[in-house]
Ligand binder design. Structure first.
Ligand SMILES: Nc1ncnc2c1ncn2[C@@H]1O[C@H](COP(=O)(O)OP(=O)(O)OP(=O)(O)O)[C@@H](O)[C@H]1O
Ligand SMILES: O=C(O)[C@H](O)[C@@H](O)[C@H](O)[C@H](O)CO
Length: 196
């Protein structure tokens, strides 16, 4: 049972290359909330598996999702709302995250495989091979109407996606007017990563 006083976690979800790190970084800056990158929670074996072009299984993802859930809970226990990147492809995975002691909400970055695949092929220094994108889409279960979250179109600019998310999720409630919010730092190529 959630209450309005409960900290929130916005999970920026979607297939690999959909823009989770990019959008979550900008959203965390916009809200001045701490952020965590789900990739930082993978056991080394998971990273090795994906790097070798093999999709993860439910069993591979189970400890990883639990670790992310616990990070959300720990920060919420300290009174902090958070932003987390996590592919969260299946509803069952999102159910694990929803066990966290926060109001867990989802921002699904939704786009066509052609658009996202093109972006993956043009980025450098990332372990995830574009060849795994097909299995990411095969595994993806979109948000259902009874899930707390919204889907946005990845063809929009990151700052447009952030403003749409803030508006549609009502995240500005209780915050100072936009004119008093410090400007965001320019977007960096290197995503921020944070662990407790
Ligand atoms: N809205 C956008 N418009 C144009 N390019 C974008 C947008 N969002 C992200 N990108 C670019 O697409 C690529 C993938 O973005 P990003 O690394 O943020 O995705 P990701 O979902 O975090 O990926 P992964 O899950 O594999 O870590 C990057 O090169 C990024 O600069
Ligand atoms: O559930 C999964 O298959 C994984 O989380 C992947 O989505 C990658 O970790 C990520 O997308 C690459 O950065």
């Amino acid at each position: 049972m959630t209450t309005s006083a409960e900290p929130t976690c916005v999970v920026v979800m979607g297939v690999s290359g959909s823009g989770k790190s990019t959008v979550a970084g900008a959203l965390a800056d916009r809200l001045a909330w701490p952020m965590a990158e789900a990739d930082e929670f993978h056991p080394a074996a998971n990273i090795a598996k994906m790097s070798a072009g093999t999709p993860l299984t439910d069993a591979d993802r189970a400890p990883w999702l639990a670790a992310i859930r616990d990070w959300i809970t720990d920060r919420a226990a300290a009174g902090e709302s958070t932003v987390v990147t996590c592919s969260a492809l299946k509803r069952a995975y999102r159910d694990v995250l929803r066990e966290a002691g926060a109001r867990v909400r989802f921002l699904h970055l939704r786009g066509a495989a052609e658009v996202i695949g093109e972006r993956m092929r043009h980025r450098s220094g990332h372990f995830m091979p574009p060849s795994l994108l097909r299995s990411q889409f095969d595994t993806l279960e979109a948000l259902r109407s009874d899930e707390d979250g919204v889907a946005v179109d990845v063809t929009r600019a990151p700052e447009v996606i952030v403003e749409e998310a803030v508006t549609r999720l009502g995240l500005d409630a209780g915050r100072p007017p936009a004119s008093r919010v410090p400007p965001r730092a320019p977007h960096s190529e290197t995503p921020r990563k944070q662990r407790s």
